[in-house]
Design a protein around this ligand. Structure first.
Ligand code: ADP
Ligand code: MG
Length: 497
């Protein structure tokens, strides 16, 4: 109820503001308009400022929250979820393993033949299946039956060159990127659906149990060996390629990070200390917040009107779902208060989320002398024709301010992890390397974002920057889940002995 009231009020405010502006508008001279538009940009730039000192405060706050989240359940905005992954791939993994990646409108099934140190990933095959919309809002059985049937069909295509050891059951790594309360490496209950899914009878159920029952129903003999999310899959895939990988960060529609913690440094862990001494933590860092974060009126309004007000504040400053929307909000204010697009406010500009981050990125990267791409995006998406070069330049400046803030804050987040692990400074005795595996569409495709993030991290680290490496882990999460099935296989003990 409260939410609805806020939304209605804000819509009215826009309408009132638009009405009043008409009177003034005729009198606003061109020079006055530009001065006002420039003032809005300047104000945004100041409010979005991320000087190094501020980034250090953000990194310190991140490290403090990490400690708090590890100390007790609910001790911090950072959930610091214990993943039960205490063994990351070493490269020795051998055998045939499957992975299933569910986290959006498509799911992927994957088959990998692991050949140990010498042969690595000897063979890899995958198939992508889109989920019919009615199954996203139906019953748990219907969804999992559909997934199990697709998986069975895929298993049936296993060729001569796939080698399952005789007498063994097939094993699967299950990447499930929805909030889960994990209770063991291969069990976890669904807390809530996101991303357009709404299947009430699955909430509170063990998703591995649901999948396993469905596999039995379709006659597929397969065991789920590991249940993980995409950050942990990326960490595992990254570690397989490079033993120095200690953390993984996803910058895509949303953002999150996972890293390898020493198990004895997790006060809320009451189980046995794992043999490896390590435990992978899923930070859920998108929910980080701190008084040091540079929040503007646009961020606050977007948050209030969002589906999850007050939550995922760090994510709302950084990730692909939101950057374009922040830009739209600034442009909206410029249209209303500075007649930035002429006498009327372009109606399309009022539609939330109409400007997507890939469009913003395309405008930001426009290198043509007349900023042609900016012009055509404005025309095609917002139906604003004939924009001047001056207008286009100002828009590129806005893209820069908003994306660079996100990029620099991501770097501060990574510094927070390194600080928590004591890897942010060079130690005299050893020059240990720390590699961070990065993945996600924003990181992959938004070049200026990526470059700003990487150079900011260098700047923050100073002389320690030689020992820290960022590596793109291209779709590590799919293979990563199969690798985790291997490193948590039921047959591991047999092989060890
Ligand atoms: P997801 O995070 O949904 O699993 P991806 O990792 O593929 O999927 O990331 C997709 C997101 O990446 C998109 O929602 C978008 O925000 C961002 N993105 C994709 N392409 C671009 C691009 N060219 N420029 C900027 N951002 C992009
Ligand atoms: Mg993804």
């Amino acid at each position: 109820m409260g939410k609805a009231t806020v939304c209605v009020a804000s819509v009215c405010a826009v309408a009132v503001c638009a009405g009043a502006a008409v009177v003034v508008r005729h009198r606003m001279r061109s020079s006055g308009r530009w001065a006002k538009a420039a003032a809005i940009v300047k104000e945004l730039e100041e409010k979005c400022g991320t000087p190094i000192g501020k980034l250090r405060q953000v990194a310190d706050a991140m490290a403090v929250e990490m400690h708090a989240g590890l100390a007790s359940e609910g001790g911090s905005k950072l959930k610091m979820i214990i993943s039960f992954v205490d063994n990351l791939p070493t490269g020795d993994e051998k055998g045939l393993f499957y992975a299933l990646d569910l986290g959006g409108t498509n799911f992927r099934v994957l088959r990998v033949q692991l050949g140990g140190k010498d042969n690595r990933v000897a063979k890899q095959e995958f198939e992508e299946v889109s989920i019919p919309p009615h199954l996203m809002v139906g019953t748990s059985d219907a969804l999992f039956d559909f997934i199990a049937a697709a998986l069975k069909k895929f298993v049936d295509t296993e060729g001569e060159d796939s080698h399952l050891s005789p007498g063994r059951q097939r094993e699967l790594g299950f990447t499930f990127s929805f909030p889960v309360k994990q209770s063991s490496i291969a069990a976890g209950t669904l807390i809530k659906w996101t991303k357009g899914f709404s299947i009430e009878d699955a909430v509170g159920q063990d998703v591995v149990g649901e999948l396993t029952k469905a596999m039995e129903r379709v006659g597929l003999d397969m065991r789920v060996a590991a249940l993980v999310n995409d950050t942990i899959g990326t960490l595992a895939g990254g570690r397989y390629d490079n033993p120095d990988v200690i953390a993984a960060v996803i910058l895509g529609t949303g953002t999150n990070a996972a890293y390898v913690e020493r198990a004895h440094a997790i006060p809320k862990w009451h189980g046995l200390l794992p043999k490896s001494g390590d435990m992978v933590i899923n930070m859920e860092w998108g929910n980080f917040r701190s008084s040091h974060l540079p929040l503007t009126e646009y961020d606050q309004a977007m948050d209030v009107e969002s589906l999850n007000p007050g939550e995922q504040i760090f994510e709302k400053l950084i990730s692909g779902m939101y950057l374009g929307e922040i830009l739209r909000r600034v442009l909206c204010r410029m249209a209303e208060e500075a007649d930035f697009f002429g006498d009327t406010i372009p109606p399309k500009l009022k539609i939330p989320f109409i400007l997507r981050t890939p469009d913003m990125s395309a405008m930001h990267h426009d290198t043509s002398s007349d900023l042609r791409v900016v012009g055509s995006k404005l025309k095609d998406i917002l139906e604003i024709p004939n924009t001047s070069l001056k207008t286009r330049k100002l828009i590129v400046e806005l893209c820069d301010i908003i994306s660079i803030r996100g990029a620099r804050l991501s770097a501060a987040g990574i510094l927070g992890i390194l600080k928590k692990l004591g890897r942010d400074t060079v130690r005299e005795e050893e020059k240990q390397r720390s590699v961070i595996a990065l993945d996600g569409g924003l990181y992959e495709h938004y070049t200026k974002f990526r470059e700003a993030m990487e150079s900011t991290l260098k700047e923050l680290l100073g002389e320690a920057s030689d020992t820290i490496v960022i590596e793109h882990s291209n779709d590590g999460s799919g293979v990563g889940a199969a690798l985790l099935a291997a490193s948590h296989s039921q047959y591991l003990e047999v092989e060890d002995s």
